[in-house]
Design a protein around this ligand. Structure first.
Ligand code: NIG
Ligand code: FE
Length: 408
């Protein structure tokens, strides 16, 4: 298998123009480093802490009393500093709205993959500028809530030109772009799914691969079966894309085993898992990415995070933000639901929403507050990170830095 062609650019250039020389953030009541070497437990918790940011990166972490001097000073006022959220699964290049479908579901109708085609029609009809405006709005909305890294999939174009433009637009906002031409079979190919798989593995892949880091497939009844998914993911791998899989969302199926077989970075949803699926995830590097917004908004049973964690799997939490099954950009909401409904402790959920997401994106420069990491920081107006679950629905964002630049 070829090595991934692209690692994401560590810092985007416009940041440098806006950076102070160095900033000391001090009087941090509770610091989540995600480095057990720095403090207590897997979150590496430190009280009375300080952090120095320099040239967009973390330059120093420790107790406030021994902090070095810096050019600028920010008083955290005894509040909580955590790594910016890493949302490793989102579908943000789209147009249109599916309020009616949501309303129907809340009146008892079931969610099906078919609703995706409604968004495909609206997305194809939109201009590049409209799609870019929508995407910008969602990324800014997420940033205001502390998300400093976000993945973005195609999948609402389903023609060569529409998939390629979705990825081109996404790539101008994030290096974490995912080719999801295999979201559902395009309407034009309803009677020829094999022909659509040929397109997705051929001409569409050629047009999309230059703009993508990842390849994804919705492996599900009504979308793509195991053999189709394997062919699509392998074709992507041959072009240097790394697989991630929409797996076992609506039913039991081959998605998780396929993800592990192909060394995918992540198997996403993981709602219906056999013991063998759990064991496969636990003994692999494939992260189990759980998306509680989807079960919330489709009124479905939640995945069992406890079972995965107890088996030793790495778990990430993400929004799955999309207009059909999960129209939220709020990682805090996902944390609260995961704690209340999926058997996670608040510490585990915060871990999954930060460094868990980073692992699902194979990133070591984000998701933790350690020397050398990108200075992506979320200051919470709360005495501890537990408040993310304890105070559901309450806006706790006090400040956000992305690559050392104060954004909120
Ligand atoms: O991850 N499962 C497939 N894709 C999305 C839903 C997309 C839609 O309904 O528009 C998801 O939930
Ligand atoms: Fe999704």
């Amino acid at each position: 298998m070829p090595l991934p062609r692209k690692a994401p650019a560590p810092l985007e250039y416009p940041y440098f123009e806006r950076l102070p020389l160095s900033t000391l953030i001090t009087d941090i009541g509770c610091l989540v480093t995600n480095d057990p070497a720095h403090g207590t437990g897997p979150l590496g918790l430190l009280a009375d802490a300080a952090v120095v940011v320099e040239a967009g990166r973390i330059a120093w972490v420790g107790h406030a009393a021994s902090a070095p001097a810096a050019d600028e000073h920010y008083d955290a006022d005894d509040r909580t500093l955590i790594p910016g959220f890493v949302d490793s699964h989102a579908h943000l290049v789209f147009a249109g709205d599916r309020t009616a479908e949501f309303n129907a579901r809340m009146s008892g109708q079931a969610y099906t993959a078919g609703g995706i085609r409604t968004t495909v029609a609206a997305t194809r009809a939109a201009t590049d500028a409209e799609l870019d405006t929508n995407l910008t709005r969602f990324i800014e909305e997420a940033l205001r809530q502390g998300t400093t890294t976000i993945e973005c999939k195609s999948g609402y174009g389903l023609t060569v030109a529409d998939e390629a433009r979705a990825l081109r637009i996404a790539a101008s906002h994030t290096p974490e772009t995912t080719y999801l031409g295999a979201h559902v079979v395009a309407p034009e190919y309803a009677d020829d799914p094999a022909g659509y798989v040929d397109l997705v593995t051929g001409e569409m892949l050629d047009a999309c691969a230059p703009h993508a880091r990842w390849v994804d497939v919705f492996c599900e009844n009504g979308a793509f079966d195991g053999d189709q998914a394997r062919a699509i993911l392998k074709a992507g791998q041959e072009r240097g894309l790394i697989p991630r899989v929409h797996a076992n969302q609506l039913s039991y199926g081959p998605g998780v085993q396929l993800a592990v077989e192909l060394g995918a970075a992540s198997a996403d949803h993981c709602t219906h898992l056999t013991d063998a699926d759990v064991a496969a995830l636990a003994s692999s590097d494939t992260v189990a990415t759980l998306l509680p917004g989807a079960e919330f908004s489709t009124r479905a049973a939640y995945p069992d995070a406890r079972r995965l964690l107890d088996a030793g799997a790495t778990v990430a939490l993400s929004t799955d933000c999309n207009p059909g099954s999960s129209f939220t950009t709020s990682m805090a909401f996902c944390i609260a639901v995961a704690v209340r409904e999926m058997g996670m402790t608040p510490d585990e959920a915060v871990h999954a929403a930060t460094v868990g997401g980073a692992r699902a994106l194979r990133r070591t420069d984000v998701g933790s507050i350690t020397v050398g990491a990108r200075a992506d920081l979320l200051l919470l107006d709360a005495p501890s990170h537990v408040h993310l679950a304890y105070r559901p629905g309450v806006p706790l964002t006090a400040a956000v830095w992305r690559a050392g630049v104060r954004e909120v």
